[in-house]
Design a protein around this ligand. Sequence first.
Ligand SMILES: [Zn+2]
Length: 328
Amino acid sequence: MLWMRIKYRLGLIYKTILFKLGLGKLLLKNRYGERILLFHGIDAIGETKYNSRFISKAFFEEFIKYITTHYNVISLDDFYQNKFKKGTLNIAITFDDGYLNNYKYAVPILEKYNIPACFYITTIHEKAPYLWADFLDLVSYHTEKTSVVFERNLYQKSAKKEFIWNKISIKNVAKALPYDVLKMIYQVFEDDWKALPTEDLKDYWKLMNAKQIKEIADNPLFTIGAHGETHASLIDIPLAAAKQEILNSKKQLETICNQPITEFAFPFGFYNQELADYCSEIGFERLLLVDYNTKEDVKNEAWKNRFVMNPYISLEQQLACLLKGSYF
Ligand SMILES: [Zn+2]
C-alpha cells in the first residue's frame, strides 16, 4: 500500500511537470483512445471534507473548456458506435446519482459548450429526500456523538469522522443492506440531521425532482439512465431485492421521462453476470461500470468501464491522469 501511494505521488509530480512544460503530448504516446468520464456532484467551492464526490463548478468549467478545445468530446451514442477520431482522445461525459447540483451547475456549462452528457439517476426520491450515503457523510462529520448503536452493534467515531465497528464503516455496512433494514439508520441520526443547516448544505445532498429530470430528458444534448432505486450495492443485497431495484428504477424513470430508459449504471460499479443478464432481459441495452471484473468482460460491447474524476488533484494532474487512463 505504501509503495502504491509513493508511486501515485511520484507519478502525479512527473505528469504535472510534463504538462507544465507543454509536453503533455509525451503522455499521449500510444495512449490515444477513448474514455467515458464519471462525475458525481458539482458544488460552488469544491468541498472535499465530506467525501470524494464533489468538484467545484469553476474546476468543471475549466476542465470542460480544456477537453473541448484539445480533444474530441462525443455523445455516448457515438461512443457506443465507435465513432472515434484517430490521433486524439475521444471522451464521453456521464454523471451518476442525480444530484440537484448537476441541474444547477453542470447543465448550464454543458449547454454553453454544447457538450452531450448522460445522467444516471437513483430514484430514491420516492422514499427519502437524500441518498443515505450523503445523509451519513453529513451527520457523521457534524455530529457531536462519539458512538452510535445500529443493528445492535456499537460504532465508534474515528479521527476521520467515520463511524466504525469491527473495522468496518457504517457506510460500508449500509451499502450491503436491503433498504427496509438500511432506512433504520435515519433514526439513529435523526436529531443530528435536524440540527444541520441543511439548506446551506444543499449542494451535498439534494436530488433532482421529477420536473428537473424530465427537463434534462427532453434536452437533445442529454440522456437519462437508471442507477438503481436506493443506491444499494446490488451484488451484496439478496438477488430478488436487487432485481426489484433495477426494474423499479427503470419503470419510475420511464414514467417521469415518458420515454424508454435503456441505460443502466451499476451503483458503485459493482456488477455480476446474473445481474447484467437481468438488465439485458428487461431492456437495458447499455451497462455502465467503473472497472471490468475480468479481462473477458472488456469484449462485451454493451458493457463499458468509466474513468472516475478525482477532486483531490489539480487540473494539470487530472488531465495527465486522464491521458494515461489511470491514476498510477
Ligand atoms: Zn452512484
